[in-house]
Design a protein around this ligand. Structure first.
Ligand code: PRP
Length: 208
């Protein structure tokens, strides 16, 4: 039995369809309700709906053999897992954004609001720019509007949130997409099953 931590939400549903096409169906998973654990004994698979930012923790600690996590989470938390493949879905980018017309004169410490403090720290360290990190848990776009920060480091997908709040991308830090990850011990002991799944995903990708 292979256990899979799926990120709750739109990305998770899309990724589940990939699993289903690969032969690991479990239709009740998409039924409305509050259940979190689903199993298809015949197909040898058990799914958990997990908060997207928690997927890597379940996998790292072996509560799930494999999971699907955004590259943003893997960069931010550097979990001790294997990153097996890019699922080429959930594409977006990690970017610096600021109110339209903002330019960093580099004179005083730059105030950066973000959920991704490690990514932001590393990015600005690479530029040799002195920053003050303001850690927020959501609605990051508010920070520069209210003068809480100069810029934000956040995920940009369509750009609608930035546009509707008078912000724009200043620079792109890195492209992001969903990754298949595996617990290190599971990859050793359930290698055949995991490799089989990886193959099915790769074939699907090359047929797409
Ligand atoms: C993310 C991100 C932006 C938004 C970007 O937020 O933090 O706010 O999506 O998407 P867009 O470019 O398509 O507008 P999310 O919905 O994950 O919620 P959050 O505010 O909790 O981070």
């Amino acid at each position: 039995m292979l256990s899979v931590a799926l990120p709750k939400g739109r990305l998770g549903e899309k990724v589940y369809e990939m699993f289903a096409r690969a032969g690991y169906e479990c239709p009740e998973l998409l039924a409305p309700g509050r259940r979190l654990v689903f199993e298809n004994e015949e197909a040898g698979i058990r799914y958990f709906w997990v908060k997207p930012s928690d997927v890597a923790i379940y996998v790292e600690r072996g509560a799930a053999d494999i999971g699907v996590a955004g590259k943003d989470i893997l960069l931010e938390y550097a979990p001790n897992v294997y990153e097996l493949m890019d699922l080429k879905t959930g594409a977006c980018r990690m970017a610096v954004a600021a109110p339209k017309g903002f330019s960093d004169e580099g004179i005083r410490t730059l105030r950066v609001a973000t959920k991704f403090t490690n990514i932001a720290r590393e990015y600005y360290a690479g530029l040799g720019r002195d920053i003050d990190i303001i850690h927020l848990n959501g609605s990051i776009e508010l920070a520069p509007i209210l003068g809480l920060s100069d810029v934000i480091v956040d995920i940009v997908e369509t750009g609608a949130t930035l546009r509707e709040n008078g912000l724009e991308v200043v620079s792109t830090i890195t492209p992001i997409s969903a990754r298949l990850i595996a617990n290190k011990a599971s990859y050793k002991f359930k290698r055949d099953e995991i490799v089989k799944l990886q193959r099915a995903f790769s074939e699907e990708g090359s047929n797409a």
